[in-house]
Design a protein around this ligand. Structure first.
Ligand code: 3PG
Ligand code: MG
Length: 417
């Protein structure tokens, strides 16, 4: 038995079994050509696939969300997967319809059939309770075709959707290797991280980062939180520091979070580090750094300034554990990627335990060629933050329930649904 509350590939017999493998190969795509821009998530599935070479595998993933430009077919993903595993990879342009079901029934040992974007099914876009998900058309159509469900989609484990939770309620289920590895690395940060432990949090989504700051500091799991991106602007505002009018406007809509930030600053002021300078664009499109509290400037801050970068880099290099999620600036703009790059380079240099997550940071680390120098590169953004903010992951809870059922031999009977 594995050491977890859920089962893993060590606990299940996969030989000749028809296995549904849920992965997260939701990747950045070129908006016009739909070419895959970063294949980190695709490569990350290869360990589980190689352990399933004796099985008949049907692989499912989502790509983006309805209404977005990159909400497309999984055909290019299937092609890319073929280069990452030893099995013959096929693709079917269907998810739960008769065509898909016929192809699923015919998958042979050593083959991988990739279904089309699971979110082409409306039900897959709605989070619901496990008992409701069990009764979705999606689960009723697919579950009877499988003997085993493997969830390797750590990056989607914070969603309570049919393929993540519903199938795990319906079928004998276990975690794939990536799920196991990610959970070990990320939840380990909440146990006994080596000290000093430093977090670097940036990006745009303040609502994801504030709960992480609170949880980590309340549980005394970090010594310093270094802020960049929009979270830095929010906390500077909460501290009544001067920020540009544009930045004021950007954080004004985050009023409820300003109150939380004020509370966190008064309780943990010595542990939360804010930028001492920020970088702006001058009228010629060039980068100019301004110290906080000097003359207010025009335009939004696009990166942390060089003095801040120096200070943050030192803290990262001295840390025994460094965790980063979210870029420190608008790194896509020429000249404003310095903060994010330097922090990643400091993490790569460090001999401590280093973890990064979030699509932007991970993509940049792979462009810089330093991903191999980090201890753990998470394929997740939101799921990693959910875990670090103390929330349980519905996808993992469903695997734990499945393990309980399997230990008690209570596997669902399909005729009773
Ligand atoms: C992600 O990239 O965050 C995961 O693939 C989950 O996607 P979602 O946020 O659209 O549910
Ligand atoms: Mg997301």
């Amino acid at each position: 038995m594995s050491q977890h509350d859920f089962l893993t590939l060590d606990d299940v017999d996969t030989a000749n079994k028809r296995v549904f493998l849920r992965v997260d190969i939701n990747v950045p795509l070129d908006p016009s050509t739909h070419l895959i821009l970063d294949d980190t998530r695709i490569k990350a599935v290869s360990e589980t696939l190689s352990e399933l070479e004796d099985a008949r595998v049907v692989l499912g993933s989502h790509q983006s969300r309805p209404g977005k430009d990159d909400f497309t077919s999984l055909e290019p993903h299937a092609q890319a997967l073929a280069g990452c595993c030893n099995q013959e990879v096929k693709f079917v342009e269907d998810v739960i319809g008769p065509h898909a079901r016929q192809r699923i029934a015919k998958v042979e040992r050593g083959q991988v059939l990739v279904l089309d974007n699971l979110r082409f099914c409306a039900e897959e876009n709605v989070d619901d309770k496990p008992e409701k998900l069990l009764k979705t058309h999606f689960v009723r159509m697919l579950a009877p075709l499988f003997e085993l469900n493997i969830n390797d989609a750590f990056a989607t484990a914070h969603r309570s959707q049919p393929s993540i939770v519903g199938l795990a309620e319906a079928l004998p289920s276990a975690a794939g290797r990536l799920m196991e590895k990610e959970l070990g690395a990320v939840s380990g940060l909440l146990v006994e991280p080596k000290r000093p432990c430093v977090y670097i949090l940036g990006g745009a989504k303040v609502e994801d980062k504030v709960p992480v700051i609170k949880h980590i500091l309340d549980r005394e799991k970090a010594d310093k939180i270094l802020l960049g991106g929009v979270p830095a602007k929010l906390f500077l505002r909460a501290k009544d520091m001067k920020i540009s009018t544009n930045d004021e406007e950007e954080v004004a809509v985050l009023r409820e979070h300003i109150e939380t930030a004020k509370g966190l600053l008064s309780k943990y002021g010595d542990k939360i580090d804010l930028p001492v300078d920020l970088a702006y664009e001058d009228s010629h499109g060039r980068r100019v750094d301004h110290e906080i509290d000097s003359q207010p400037v025009k335009g939004p801050a696009l990166d942390v300034g060089v003095k801040t970068i120096e200070k943050y880099s030192e803290a990262v290099e001295d840390a025994a554990t460094a965790v980063a999620n979210g870029p420190l600036g608008v790194f896509e703009r020429n000249g404003f990627d310095v903060g994010t790059k330097k922090i990643l380079e400091s993490m790569a240099k460090s001999s401590g335990y280093t973890v990064i997550g979030g699509g932007h940071m991970v993509g940049l680390a792979s462009i810089l060629g330093i991903d191999e120098k980090l201890s753990h590169v998470s394929t997740a953004g939101g799921a990693m933050l959910s875990l670090l903010s103390g929330q349980s992951l519905p996808g993992v809870e469903a695997l734990v329930r499945a393990a309980d059922r399997m230990r008690n031999q209570k596997v669902h009977s399909w005729t009773s649904l």
